[in-house]
Design a protein around this ligand. Structure first.
Ligand code: 4AD
Ligand code: MG
Length: 431
């Protein structure tokens, strides 16, 4: 029996007979040789068929094969610098599992809307494969980062009775005879688990019924959220720097091939060092105005403002001390200037906008109750949250990092829809 292997492991099998189970990516013929590009999900290998033997059976099969037909090839692994990936397979035996009829995504150009309609098949293309491979490495790096630093993983609920990030973007659903909402963030629950475990993180899907149709917004996205009891704003600024540097290092180390496939120039990522530049909101507004963009103090940044800021610094930037009005109810006011809060946004370099949002939380029981009232939030749903301020309340801080935004930046791809296998976009839920 020939050993079934995956293409990503091919280098360990030089001059050995192996079996590869996959699909036809492409084929071409050149004189008396036929080349099959076979993909198995972990890579693509050139499988070579030589001059007809056995009554030309291999060549007959070659003629039948169409793009995305499933097949099993067996043969000897040969080092060949001319072959993509550096190895090829000299085929001795080929089994066709199924002939694919009229695969809709051909090597010619297709419109994005066509590709999005066929997302279930588009995933098979080399670039999509590379992006999602990097996604898996990114997620693994993030988990390692927090696990190795003693953060406890806490899985916070998806179905919740209350809002975290404002009521305008809530997805409402029925919870038996009650209303419930899909989680916008695990933060409020993490504030409870942080008081129980010291430092925690949650990592899960979050939902925002956001009516924004931009290249940065998903309706369903994944977020990792650390929360630390006794931490103040400065502590989480440093944590966010360390996290981003760790991620960059790991992805550059493990996913060079994939970044090459995406033609990502990695030099701008390699240059990133800590500390990141820090600007308070006041200063940021001034800098944005100097660049000729329109913004008034008190307004939230839009995509052009974020892009403008990150262009000024050529590095991720930490923006802090935002007007309380544009931030969530739980943000700790600045002692010296209570109209601003100790919030943190980390903006990506290369114009990719906000990767991280977080800050220091209100720990004073009276103030949190006042804010809940000011924001017209239903007090009953937050009783438990207020409790956290009654029983051993301490300053605490945390943030959320969006996986898809971070991945779009690392891969330098223009639209967030390619960063998750099945993106949920405004009014688009198929497939
Ligand atoms: O800034 P946000 O809304 O912060 C929170 O949800 C906090 N409760 C997190 C915390 O402090 N624990 O979201 C955090 C990050 C953003 O910086 C962005 O990367 C991502 O989540 N994000 C989105 N990503 C894709 N599509 C959307 N619609 C997003 N909204 C936020
Ligand atoms: Mg934010």
């Amino acid at each position: 029996m020939t050993k079934w292997i995956y293409i990503e492991d091919i280098a360990s099998y030089e001059d050995q007979d192996v079996e590869i189970r996959g699909w036809l990516y492409n084929k071409r013929s050149c004189g008396k040789i036929r080349f099959l590009l076979v993909r198995d999900g972990t890579g693509i290998i050139q499988a070579t068929l030589f001059t007809p033997e056995k009554e030309g059976l291999l060549f007959q099969k070659y003629d039948q094969l169409t793009q995305e037909s499933s097949l099993i090839v067996r043969g000897k692994v040969k080092k060949d610098n001319r072959a993509p990936g550096g190895y090829e397979l000299e085929v001795q035996n080929l089994d066709i599992i199924q002939i694919a009829q009229d695969y809709p995504i051909t090597p010619k150009e297709h419109s994005t809307s066509f590709l999005m309609e066929h997302r279930h098949l588009w995933l098979r293309s080399q670039k999509q494969n590379a992006i999602l491979q990097i996604r898996a490495t990114l997620i693994n790096a993030i988990r390692n980062f927090f696990d190795d630093r003693g953060f406890r993983l806490m899985d916070t609920p998806i179905l919740t009775p209350s809002a975290c990030e404002g009521t305008t973007t809530l997805f409402e659903t029925q919870y038996f005879d009650q209303k419930a909402y899909l989680s916008q963030s695990g933060q409020l629950y993490n504030e409870a688990t942080a008081m129980a475990f010291g430092k925690v993180y949650c990592f899960g899907p979050t939902f925002r019924a956001e009516r924004s149709k931009t290249r940065r917004h998903l309706i369903e996205f994944w977020m990792v959220e650390p929360e630390i009891a006794y931490a103040v704003l400065e502590d989480i600024i440093e944590l966010s720097e360390d996290l981003l540097l760790f991620i960059i290092e790991r992805v550059l180390e493990k996913r060079k091939n994939e970044l090459d496939i995406l033609e990502r120039d990695t030099a701008p990522l390699e240059k990133i060092r800590k500390p990141f530049p820090r600007v308070k909101y006041d200063e940021a507004v001034k800098r944005i105005k100097e660049k000729g963009l329109d913004i008034k103090w008190g307004e939230d940044f839009g995509a052009p403002h974020e892009t403008c800021l990150s262009d000024i610094f050529d590095s991720p930037v930490c923006v802090t001390h935002f007007p309380a009005k544009i931030k969530a109810f739980y943000m700790q006011p600045d002692e010296k200037k209570p109209e601003v809060v100790l919030g943190l946004d980390v903006l990506a370099s290369e114009g990719y906008g906000e990767l991280i949002g977080g800050g220091q939380r209100i720990h004073d029981p009276n103030l949190i109750q006042q804010k809940i009232k000011e924001h017209n939030l239903p007090r009953e749903a937050y009783e438990w949250y207020i409790d956290l301020r009654k029983y051993g309340s301490v300053p605490h801080s945390g943030f959320g990092l969006g996986i898809e935004r971070t991945l779009a930046w690392l891969c330098k791809i223009s639209h967030i829809r390619q960063t998750i296998p099945f993106p949920r976009l405004l009014y688009k839920i198929y497939p």
